[in-house]
Ligand binder design. Sequence first.
Ligand code: IFM
Length: 445
Amino acid sequence: MWLTLLIVAFGLFVVFKITLISYRRRRYPEPHEDWSTIDLDDVSFPQGFRWGTATAAHQVEGNQINNWTVHEAAKGLEPSGAACEHWERWQDDFQLLSDLGMTSYRFSIEWSRLEPTEGVWEDDALAVYSAMVDDLLARGIRPVVTLHHFSHPDWWEAKGGFADRANLPSFVAYCERVFEALSDRVTTWVTINEPTVFSTMGYTVGMFPPGKRSIPLTLRVMRNLLLAHGIVYRALKGKNPDVSIGVAKNVTLFDPKNRWSPIDWPLARLLEWFWNGAWRSGIQRGRMWFRDVPEAKGALDFVGLNYYTHVLTGLSLPALRHMKFQKRSQEIATEFGYPMYAEGLRRAIEFLAPLGVPIEITENGVADKNDTLRTEHLKRHLWVLSEAIAAGHDVRSYHHWSLMDNFEWAEGYSMRFGLYEVDFETQNRTLRGSGEVYRDVVAKV
Ligand code: IFM
């Protein structure tokens, strides 16, 4: 009895302490600009800054057979199907990049195309990726290749995928094979896209494959992703030390919804650590969730930043599982439900800066079918980015998510992130007004 009381009292004391420390250290509410007073055209970017867009194989290529197609069918989700038929239309799509004046393009390789059956390699598929690289280079566009962007062969998933570290050698072998084929021309590599999103959505929330809900499993997958990154980084650098290898980290910020709540503050701190801090310290210290991951220590030549929003923490947090987000009264809700919070891009950059490597914005964009918000969204984020660079942050590129509308995972085709609108009946691509704005900004700066 006394022991229980003591434990409860101690727990309350810890919560109170965290609340107090957090409250003192942080501005409340988090920084917000008065956008009506800001000239969004007043931006400048350094010479050589790269402008790009980003896509991922499963979202655009079409007709895949992988962990995602299996998950789509099992959960009755909208099937990815033909997607943007990019596998057939990639040359036309690369012309769209040229039309926008892009100098960088981030895309991912679909492992299940290269190794549809364990140990059976389809070199023809690799030859297509190689031709893509040649085409981009001929256009003066830097290819940025992502090795894992949420999808992988189902035979690998059946063995446990990233949940079992015994599976990592096959992943490393796949990465090495791609690297051997492309690294004579591709100098910028992303090992894994959004490790925390992958592990949380797949193993806590269950909306991504394999659709599990287990915190211990989530933590294990997070650590194995860090390990996988470290092993791949070292293996590829061993083959060619001149390339630049990083991770695309989704930095979502967590802010307390209410000023006085002893729940909101500790929750914000806890989630921020879980989502962002644990990964950063994993790279800095080579340690995650009480275990050493020495392979990951310092394994980074640049860090990719995928920035979208901040999350307001509080008692309503469980609603996040159903994609229900909170916003401040002055914020605009995006179609996905989360608020547009461009100020957070600066905070996300500041969060990554201690890693001491250049930053590439590997993703930033908004779901906006009717294109009513995207121009404002883009301009605010570019303004914040321009300010961050002026303040001395070493940011080398900006990749808009996405070149064109595509398959938005569990949301199917309902969320439209494209600078180009895609008519999925005809596969016609039409440049949106915001796409014209992006093209003009790039031409001007
Ligand atoms: O479409 C996704 C992408 O695959 C990963 N980052 C976020 C995007 C928009 O939700």
